[in-house]
Each structure stands twice: as C-alpha cells, then as structure tokens.
Ligand binder design. Structure first.
Ligand code: H2B
Length: 102
C-alpha cells in the first residue's frame, strides 16, 4: 500500500517528537559525529534495519560525520509516517553504536 503524504501539521508534530532531526523540504535529515570507520560500520547497521523495514535513508559519509536524509519515494518524494519511523530506528541504532549528536 502506498504510504500517504503527511500534512504540514502532521509533519510539525512528528518532528517535535524527534529532537535532532531537521526538516529539509519534503525530507528529514540528521548528522552524527563518529570516527570514519565507525561511520561506515554504523551505516551497515542502519542498512540492515532499512532492509528489514523496507524503507531506506540516503546515507552520506564524510570525515567523522554520517548524515541520514529520509523521504518516501513511493509517495512522490514526500514525507510520510514511514520516514519518521525509520528516523526513530536510526536514533536507537546510532545511540547504541556510540555515535555523537552534533
Ligand atoms: C518495494 C520496496 O519496499 C519499496 O520500493 C520501498 C523501498 N525503500 C524505500 N525507501 C524510501 N526512502 N522510500 C520509499 O518509497 C521506499 N520504498
């Protein structure tokens, strides 16, 4: 079933429950600080969760930073509940992995 795009009010409400995540148009993004190889390792854990839930973030790895950007492609690159669900999973995995918030 195609996930439904969220209204502005729903997006604001979801984002308020996810401190650290920022809105970028019809996407949400968060950056963590970690040693380079730890960023690559963390990406693998997030990728496994993405495969499990069937929802995948863009992952950008640079020196000591990993940045996740999420939107729902099946809904026309709009924000849906699946994006915020995945963001929660990423927060849990990143915390467990010892990634620093920035
Ligand atoms: C069939 C497969 O589950 C879908 O194409 C999933 C895969 N991962 C996805 N990830 C994201 N970010 N958006 C999607 O719409 C999406 N769709």
């Amino acid at each position: 079933m195609t996930p439904q795009p969220l209204s502005e009010e729903q997006i604001v409400a979801h984002l308020a429950e996810l401190p650290g995540w920022e809105r970028e148009g019809q996407a949400i993004a968060r950056t963590f600080k970690h040693a380079y190889h730890e960023c690559v390792h963390l990406a693998m854990y997030v990728a496994a969760k993405a495969r499990e839930v069937g929802h995948h973030p863009d992952i950008h790895i640079t020196w000591q930073r990993i940045r996740f950007v999420i939107t729902t492609h099946d809904a026309g690159n709009r924000l849906t509940a699946k994006d915020f669900e995945l963001a929660r999973h990423i927060d849990v995995i990143a915390a467990g992995h010892g990634a620093e918030t920035v």
